[in-house]
Ligand binder design. Structure first.
Ligand code: MN
Length: 290
């Protein structure tokens, strides 16, 4: 199933995408279904309820129209993994990590597939990073690698937008301010359930900037697979439904190019992952209240 959130005239609606490209209004189909995707993931019966409601709803609706927004907002955690593709670690001059490099973004950085990434006035080297994002379903702690996939509800495309001038050492050599400005975590267009994705470690992943391919790889190149990441993080941190894991980016980022390429107003980024769709975000200058 491909599930998402739509801002309609009637308010926010959780929807499923049918084969005709129409948005099935899940709450109108079954009032027992939680009104957000986060709520569906937090309900142990949530996805099963959606699936059974869709047996009739796929073709008959009811349907809703509107703007597709971030499938998940205000989740507990946005966990990110650095240097998780060998060729990307090499292009940045870093060593191949012997255990996962973990950092985070605030959930307030999340935006959806039709939203713009805003360039902060005080960041001058903003870059893109195409990433496969794993979405936690069942929560847990001390999850063994062998059971990790029982805790993954599905996947979406992500873009780990990064201000390199802040990431590399401002302040105190600490990454957070470079990684978590508002709008720096686009995800979408859809949350795709794990059963529909198949093997998440064998997907084509790419990023186009203004139509030109800048990153192109496969998730088979991940150094630490999704199961290893879940096991590693959950040794110390309780994972909860709707938590996101940005799994790392392949080579081809702007900062490693000669000459470097940084984002400017008017650019358009497209992250494409096999089976997950295209996450397209324009880039604009920061909007500020007068
Ligand atoms: Mn990244």
């Amino acid at each position: 199933m491909k599930l998402g959130m739509v801002e309609s005239d009637a308010g926010m609606r959780v929807v499923a995408l049918n084969l005709d490209g129409k948005y099935v209004d899940l709450l109108a189909l079954d009032t027992q279904i939680p009104p957000t995707l986060l709520g569906i993931l937090a309900d142990p019966e949530g996805l099963a309820r959606v699936a059974s409601a869709l047996v009739t709803g796929w073709s008959k609706g009811p349907f809703v129209e509107g703007k597709l927004v971030s499938p998940i907002t205000r989740c507990g955690k946005v966990i990110c993994i650095g240097l998780n593709y060998r060729d990307h670690a090499l292009e940045t001059g870093a060593e191949i990590p012997s255990e996962p490099v973990v950092f985070n973004k605030f959930p307030s950085a999340l935006i959806g597939p039709e939203d713009s990434v805003e360039l902060p006035a005080i960041a001058h080297q903003v870059d893109y990073e195409a990433e496969l994002v794993a979405v936690i379903g069942k929560g847990g702690k001390h999850i063994p690698k062998s059971k990790a996939f029982e805790h993954i509800a599905g996947y979406t495309c992500g873009n780990d937008v990064s201000a390199r001038d802040w990431q590399k050492g401002r302040p105190g050599g600490q990454w957070l301010m470079g990684k978590t400005p508002d709008t720096f975590a686009p995800i979408g267009p859809w949350f795709v359930t794990a059963d529909e994705v198949g093997d998440p470690h064998d997907l084509a992943i790419s990023l186009r900037l203004n139509g030109q391919t800048m990153q192109q790889s496969r998730t088979s190149e991940l150094i630490f697979g999704i199961d290893a990441l879940v096991a590693h993080v959950s040794q110390l941190v309780t994972l909860e439904p709707g938590d996101l894991i940005f799994t790392g980016t392949p080579s081809g980022v702007g900062v490693a190019r000669k000459p470097p390429v940084f984002l400017k107003s008017g650019d358009v980024m497209e992250v494409e992952i096999e089976g997950l769709g295209v996450l397209r975000n324009p880039v604009i200058a920061e909007r500020r209240a007068e």
